[in-house]
Write a protein that binds this ligand. Structure first.
Ligand SMILES: NC(=O)c1ccc[n+]([C@@H]2O[C@H](COP(=O)([O-])OP(=O)(O)OC[C@H]3O[C@@H](n4cnc5c(N)ncnc54)[C@H](O)[C@@H]3O)[C@@H](O)[C@H]2O)c1
Ligand SMILES: [Zn+2]
Length: 366
C-alpha cells in the first residue's frame, strides 16, 4: 500500500492506495477515530454497488459500525438537487447525526454528490472518499464537491475536504474498458502539467496500465494524486495555481457540452483538448512545443484514444460553448498551454481566431 499526505493544515488527510483496501476499511475507519455511536451512510451507484458495496459494508460492520446505504442511478444526471433531496431523506430516516460519516463509494459522480451531501447535511459532516474509477484520482482529492443545475454543471457546491481517501485498485478490475482509457488520459495530464519523469514512466507502462496491472496502477495513481495533492495544498480554494489542472479542459469542456455529455466521456474530451493546447503552444512559438504535441498525441493514441474532433461537431457551437465557460478577458481567451513536457503556463492573450483554426485542424487530425 502507498500513503500520500494532502497537506492542508488542520484539514490535512491521507490517501491510501493499494489492492484490497475495501476489506481494510473497518480497521482504517476505527484507526482514524471515526465514532461508532452514529450510523455511517454509504452512497454509491448501481454499477458500483453490484461489485463493491458488499465487501465495504461487511468490513465496516465487522468493525462495529452501523451502516445504511443509498444506491443511486449511474450517470451525470444523478448529480442534482433532486437527488440530494432524496439522500437527505435517507440520511434523516436512518438517524444520521452530526457525528455520522458519509462514505462515497464510486467515481466522480458519486464523489461529488455524496461529498456535497456531507458538506451541507447539518451544516457539514465528515466524509470518506472511496474512489472506484481512474478519473476519480482527480475528483476524490481536493475537496471540490458539487451538483449540477439545468443551466450549468457543478454550479451548486462547496469546498469540503474528506477525512481520508481509500483508493482500492482492485475495484478498477470491473471498470468498463472505455472508462479505463478515458481515466488514463486525465492521469497522463497530471504528468504533462507537472512531472516529466512520470510522463516517461507512463510511456513505458502504458500496456501494463491498460491491462490494469496492480503495481502499475498503484504507482500511476500515486503519482497522479501526488500532483493533484501538491497543487491543491498550494491553492485550496482555487485562487490561481489550481487552474493549471485544466490543461485540455477549455476545448474539452466545450466538446462535452456540444456532444451533450453522453457521447464523449470527460477523459476522451480532454484528450482532444490536450492535443489542441499543444497545437496552440506551437502557435505561440515555444521551442519545445512541437515535442509536446508529438508526444501528447503519441501517448494518447497508445492508450487507444482518438485525438480528433468528430467532423459533425459544429465549430461555432464549440466556440460559443467556450464563451459560455467564461474563460474570456477583454476579447482574449484564457488557456493553459504546454511550453514543454511537465510544465504549463496560463496565457490570457489567446485570440479566438487561433482557437477556431485549431478546432478546424483537430477535425482533420489523424
Ligand atoms: N470534484 C472534482 O474536483 C472533480 C474533478 C474531476 C471530475 N469531477 C466530476 O467527476 C465526474 C466524472 O467522474 P467519473 O469519470 O469517475 O464518472 P462516473 O462516476 O460517472 O463513473 C463512470 C461510470 O463507471 C461506472 N463505475 C464506476 N466505478 C466502477 C467500477 N469500479 N466498476 C464498474 N463500473 C464502475 C459508473 O457507474 C459510471 O457508469 C463528473 O461529474 C465530473 O464533474 C469532479
Ligand atoms: Zn478533468
Amino acid at each position: 500500500m502507498k500513503l500520500l499526505n494532502v497537506d492542508l493544515g488542520e484539514r490535512s488527510y491521507v490517501i491510501h492506495i493499494g489492492a484490497g483496501l475495501l476489506q481494510e476499511a473497518g480497521r482504517l475507519f476505527a484507526e482514524k477515530g471515526i465514532p461508532h455511536r452514529s450510523p455511517l451512510m454509504i452512497v454509491t451507484d448501481r454499477h458500483v454497488a453490484k461489485h463493491h458495496l458488499a465487501p465495504l459494508r461487511q468490513s465496516l460492520e465487522a468493525a462495529g459500525y452501523r451502516v445504511c446505504e443509498a444506491v443511486v442511478e449511474p450517470g451525470e444526471k444523478t448529480k442534482s438537487l433532486d437527488m440530494l433531496n432524496s439522500l437527505v431523506a435517507t440520511a434523516l430516516e436512518n438517524g444520521l447525526d452530526r457525528h455520522s460519516t458519509i462514505v462515497a463509494l464510486g467515481g466522480g459522480v458519486v464523489g461529488d454528490l455524496a461529498g456535497f451531501l456531507a458538506a451541507s447535511y447539518m451544516r457539514g459532516i465528515p466524509f470518506v472518499q472511496v474512489p472506484t474509477t481512474i478519473l476519480a484520482h482527480d475528483s476524490s482529492v481536493g475537496g471540490k464537491v458539487a451538483v449540477n443545475h439545468a443551466l450549468a454543471k457543478n454550479i451548486i457546491g462547496a469546498f469540503h475536504q474528506p477525512l481520508m481517501v481509500l483508493y482500492d485498485t482492485s475495484t478498477l478490475s470491473t471498470l468498463p474498458e472505455r472508462e479505463v482509457r478515458a481515466g488514463l488520459a486525465e492521469l497522463l495530464k497530471e504528468g504533462l502539467i507537472w512531472n516529466r519523469e512520470f510522463v516517461h514512466w507512463f510511456d513505458e507502462h502504458a500496456e501494463a496500465l491498460l491491462a490494469l496491472d496492480a503495481d502499475a496502477l498503484r504507482e500511476a495513481l500515486y503519482q497522479g494524486c501526488k500532483v493533484k495533492a501538491h497543487v491543491v495544498s498550494q491553492d485550496e480554494r482555487e485562487g490561481g495555481l489550481r487552474a493549471i489542472l485544466n490543461l485540455g479542459h477549455t476545448i474539452g469542456h466545450a466538446l462535452e457540452a456540444v456532444a451533450g455529455y453522453n457521447e464523449l466521456l470527460h477523459g476522451e474530451a480532454i484528450a482532444i483538448g490536450m492535443v489542441g493546447a499543444a497545437k496552440l503552444s506551437i502557435r505561440l512559438g515555444y521551442p519545445e512545443a512541437e515535442t509536446v504535441y508529438r508526444e501528447t498525441k503519441r501517448l494518447l493514441q497508445k492508450l487507444g484514444l482518438s485525438v480528433s474532433i468528430p467532423a459533425h461537431y459544429d465549430t461555432e457551437a464549440i466556440m460559443s460553448a467556450m464563451m459560455h465557460d467564461k474563460k474570456f478577458k477583454e476579447g482574449k481567451m484564457v488557456f493553459v498551454v504546454s511550453p514543454e513536457i511537465g510544465r504549463v503556463e496560463i496565457r490570457s492573450d489567446i485570440q479566438p481566431d487561433w482557437v477556431r483554426e485549431i478546432i478546424e485542424q483537430l477535425k482533420r487530425e489523424d
